[in-house]
Design a protein around this ligand. Sequence first.
Ligand SMILES: NC(=O)c1ccc[n+]([C@@H]2O[C@H](COP(=O)([O-])OP(=O)(O)OC[C@H]3O[C@@H](n4cnc5c(N)ncnc54)[C@H](O)[C@@H]3O)[C@@H](O)[C@H]2O)c1
Length: 370
Amino acid sequence: MIIGVPKEVKDHESRVGIVPSGVKALVDAGHQVVVEAHAGELSSMSNDDYQQAGAEVLGSAADVWNRADMVVKVKEPVPSEFKHLRKDLVLFTYLHLAPLPDLTDALLKNTVTGIAYETIRDPHGTLPLLTPMSEVAGRMSVQVGASYLEKEKGGRGVLLGGVPGVPPAQVCVIGGGIVGTNAAKIALGMGAVVSLIDLNLNRLRELDDIFNGRIYTLASNSYTIAKATQHADLVIGGVLIPGASAPKLVTRAMVSKMKKGAVIVDVAIDQGGCIETAHPTTHSEPSYTVDGVVHYCVTNMPAAVPHTSTLALTNATFPYVMKLARMGVTKAIQSDNGIREGVNTFKGNVTYAAVAQSQGKPTKNVSDLL
Ligand SMILES: NC(=O)c1ccc[n+]([C@@H]2O[C@H](COP(=O)([O-])OP(=O)(O)OC[C@H]3O[C@@H](n4cnc5c(N)ncnc54)[C@H](O)[C@@H]3O)[C@@H](O)[C@H]2O)c1
């Protein structure tokens, strides 16, 4: 199979779909890989790295898309890339089609097989290609929060770990899933006092065991959240209700009672945020202040650390790339339930029910189309 890796063109996107080690594994397995020049540059992976791994580096995006049987990307194609879509192309990337009818129509019109990272499920029912970015954002949330607690950045001038004779900062993490657990790990490692709030008591039991009682686990309700946020120097929002907007667990009234110069990092902002005063921000203007509390609400936090994020993402995506290349798309869809759930468009049909539903389109079962 010829696998193509174009440079990402979406604003501020600095990750790349396949890293040099992946190129080597594909080439060793007898496939060809064509990479657009400078595709990995922002993730600190040079054209030379790709060439040495066995890729052919091509000068233009059009050459990559035209030569490839399967294109592996990070973000969904933006309108300037629609012209590259063509019959029989396999596209493996984050697609997030539900709010994107134009892209969906372009994929359907060109009968592209669109396999979306975000809908692939593993045998445990989790979404393995979303997990790595939650790990990155969770760990980064503490690093960002610690930085905004500095006076220069508008914070109350508190060092997360304190020093001998001075107490550490109090970190309140809301949501004990991937983001929350990774945030708690880093906050604890930096010496903060950490409390973690979740609705799921079994999850709290697991976390109590994982952290060996070194964090306070709290059952989620508005009384507890009000108390915990009032005492916190740093609040991290990592709540998720799959498929729904995040619930506003921290109200404006609670924010107004927080310490002046405290910091909120609402990681859940990509689902609307779990803090009432949060609104989406960008890496160019990441923060703002409400009632003296600094808010950081960047929707694509992993983009700030593209080297780590690219490696984390491709560690998770690459086994699927290899399987698709080795078996071909039809056999891979037939034999792998996870890949089958990833197929959002196939032979001119929407094959993922939630996407079809949100756009008022009919849906077909991909197995019936093979
Ligand atoms: N901003 C970014 O760059 C970025 C990056 C990655 C992930 N995210 C987002 O972070 C959010 C969390 O992701 P995740 O992978 O950790 O999800 P997850 O499913 O692993 O964890 C969510 C947790 O929230 C808990 N929860 C649900 N309702 C609650 C409530 N009322 N009170 C307390 N806890 C509650 C759940 O029990 C679960 O433990 C998602 O919205 C995800 O899209 C954002």
